[in-house]
Design a protein. Structure first.
Length: 184
């Protein structure tokens, strides 16, 4: 029985030829991952595997990025069912991702150590931590008054750099690709 995962890579620059979707797919396939696809150009690799050890897959991918493509990237796996559970939580309520409201999910490699009550607004900031799990933080930024990099810097300052963030729209794009490419 295969499991469908997405590898979420931190710090991918689409303009870097070594980090192209084609290279990410090629390296993933060289590790024996199957039905490999990418979603947009920000380091989202969807695949299937018989392995039930996501930590080992993360480690193998991180080593392969360095050995075969010459870059280092924290790589965080989530299964399709993990992402479906996040969507079912409705962490953003009735908020929409749009020109004035930026919905961001930050994924952590290891369990998060935080003691916030949700929703939480850092002092003087124009963003809110609206929900969280032991491995994700959901933030809303008022983009009329603040910028998205501000919230990502704040989150890293709170929980460390073994994280990567995706818009809520990207999470839905990943799930759509997973549904469209799932082998039965």
């Amino acid at each position: 029985m295969t499991t469908q995962y997405v590898a979420l890579l931190r710090g991918i620059a689409p303009s870097n030829p070594g980090q192209s979707n084609e290279n990410l797919r090629r390296v993933s396939e060289s590790l024996g991952l199957e039905n490999v696809h990418t979603v947009i150009s920000s380091g989202n690799v969807v695949f299937e595997t018989d392995s039930k050890d996501p930590v080992a897959i993360e480690s193998d991918l991180e080593a392969a990025w360095k050995d075969e493509l010459g870059f280092e990237s924290t790589t965080i796996l989530r299964s399709r069912s993990d992402l479906e559970r996040l969507v079912a939580m409705e962490p953003f309520g009735d908020r929409d991702h749009g020109p004035e409201t930026y919905l961001l999910t930050t994924f952590a490699k290891t369990p998060l150590d935080h003691e916030w009550d949700f929703p939480f607004q850092p002092d003087g900031k124009e963003y809110w931590v609206v929900a969280g799990t032991d491995r994700e933080i959901f933030t809303v930024t008022d983009t009329v008054h603040s910028q998205t990099p501000d919230v990502m810097t704040w989150v890293e300052g709170q929980v460390g750099k073994d994280v990567t963030s995706r818009t809520w729209l990207t999470v839905f794009r990943i799930l759509k690709r997973m549904a469209d490419t799932r082998r039965e």
